[in-house]
Write a protein that binds this ligand. Structure first.
Ligand code: SAM
Ligand code: SF4
Length: 456
């Protein structure tokens, strides 16, 4: 979401003469777009600001003009006053719902000494005021369709920093998607903190949910792949599950966070689903789409989590079999209900549990990728690789694949035979022929027949 937001800020700033550069040193403006989800991410902001202050001073000393220094995003939203107090050399501090007002903020910051602070939740939606994208977003693009959250999981800052759940109108999304495809995009990743809660009125006046939106997007000529992230188990509607079976452009990969495997902890987290609800949901998804690769988010060391609770998380992971996942130590966030829970766990317990969980998830990821060695997969090449003559792309199951390939294959879906597989990437050889959406091969051995046993 922050990558998407940063690109849209660049769009807003383009008419003022700003264009993105690779390095902050010497830049006329530097915006730190920040994340508040865990303490570590938020702490980084202040250390980074110290580094940027020196660059700002150097530019002023060299009489090379002024560097406008800004902090945007969720840390700005949550800790705006503190940033202004601790780092008065910062010129602008603004939250995620305000970046359409950047031209006014820049004008104010250029005139006045002192920081411009803007952490409002404006009545109007920023999406109604953002300009068209100035540059092609590339072969694989993000498109924000939903923002904010009303679920209030007891550990999470999102409802406070991003605000209430909001869905962009379908017509606006379809126009943006068509523009992206006309600019060369072949894959769109629909974004939202709770993307599967998206709903809106279709251009025909009827009420649409995400499944319907995906079906409409699939009609866009030239759009080969559709993905969406991040979903909540409670919002996985029947039509969206059916879309996985029926829409060939919808990729067989789903990021569906569960957070924990213990019902006691899930209740304390206010997740409003049990571990078995999640198991049943994944069963239904895999019935609809047998080769669906699952991804998830996990939090270990939530206040009050016992050894038995943690064992239930390992059991759930073993039962599901993940192709990929993100796991975190619980991080106490100011203002959230879990932060004042008396059962906070010591760091070494969280550390040990995270390591055990990651060992298991990593083994599953390696096993999943190894299952592809010797097979051909359709890879959408979306980037130049680090090595000369190498292209990078993604399989339908979100695996990163690199191969020696001619640059003319950028933006195409190409058959690649997998020669080697690690946890985070696969290497392959370009085979002859290109895939079209209709000819994606089905992989009969998905999901792995025998879930891996917990190694911890
Ligand atoms: N809306 C998605 C859901 O509920 O499944 C998750 C979006 S959240 C921005 C991304 C992930 O950050 C969460 O799934 C959770 O695993 C992690 N996270 C959020 N708050 C956290 C906290 N206080 N400590 C550790 N991890 C956290
Ligand atoms: Fe945060 Fe996701 Fe829970 Fe919303 S549903 S509060 S974004 S973890």
């Amino acid at each position: 979401m922050n990558v998407y937001d940063s690109a849209r800020m660049a769009d807003v700033l383009a008419p003022l003469g700003y264009r993105p550069v690779d390095e902050p040193d010497g830049a006329d403006m530097v915006i730190l777009n920040t994340c508040h989800i865990r303490e570590k991410a938020a702490e980084k902001v202040f250390s980074e600001l110290g580094r940027l202050r020196r660059m700002k001073d150097r530019k002023a000393e060299a009489e090379d003009g002024r560097m406008i220094l800004a902090v945007a995003g969720c840390v700005a939203q949550a800790e705006g006053e503190e940033i202004v107090a601790r780092a008065p050399f910062v010129d602008m501090v603004f939250g995620p719902q305000t970046y359409h007002t950047l031209p006014e903020m820049v004008a104010k910051a250029s005139r006045a000494a002192g920081s411009v602070l803007n952490t409002d939740f404006p009545a109007e939606s920023k999406f109604d005021f953002l300009p068209e994208e100035t540059a092609s977003q590339g072969v694989s693009a993000f498109l924000a369709v939903q923002e904010g959250c009303d679920k209030f999981c007891t550990f999470c800052v999102v409802p406070y920093t991003r605000g209430a759940e909001f869905s962009r109108p379908a017509a606006q999304i379809l126009v943006e998607a068509k523009r992206l495809v006309a600019g060369g995009t072949r894959e769109i990743n629909l974004l939202g903190q709770n993307v599967n809660a998206w709903h809106g009125d279709g251009p025909d006046g009827s009420s649409w949910a995400l499944g319907r939106l995906i079906r409409e997007l699939a009609e866009i000529d030239g759009l080969e792949r559709i993905r969406y992230t991040t979903s909540h188990p409670r919002d996985m509607a029947d039509d969206l599950i059916r879309a996985h079976a029926e829409v060939p452009q919808l990729m067989p990969y789903l990021h569906l966070p569960v957070q924990a495997g213990s019902d006691r902890i899930l209740a304390a987290m206010n997740r409003k689903h049990t571990a078995d609800d999640y198991r049943r949901l994944v069963d239904r998804l895999r019935t609809a789409k047998p080769d669906l690769a699952m991804s998830g988010d996990f939090i270990v060391g939530f206040p009050g989590e016992s050894d038995a609770d943690f064992a239930a998380t390992l059991k759930l992971v073993s039962d599901i079999g993940y192709a990929q996942a993100y796991s975190f130590k619980y991080s106490s966030r100011p203002g959230t209900p879990a932060a004042v829970d008396g059962g906070q766990l010591p760091e070494d317990v969280k550390e040990a549990r995270l390591s055990a969980l990651q060992q298991l998830l990593n083994a599953q990821q390696v096993a999943f990728n190894h299952g592809f060695i010797g097979r051909s997969v359709p890879v959408l090449f979306d980037r130049i690789g680090r090595r000369n003559g190498q292209l990078l792309g993604r399989s339908p199951w979100m695996q990163s694949v690199h191969a020696e390939a001619n640059e003319r294959l950028l933006g195409r879906i190409v058959e690649v035979r997998v020669d080697a597989a690690l946890a985070n990437s696969m290497a392959g050889t370009v085979a002859t022929g290109e895939f079209t959406t209709a000819s994606f091969p089905r992989n009969p051995s998905f999901p792995p027949a025998q879930p891996l046993e917990a190694s911890a």
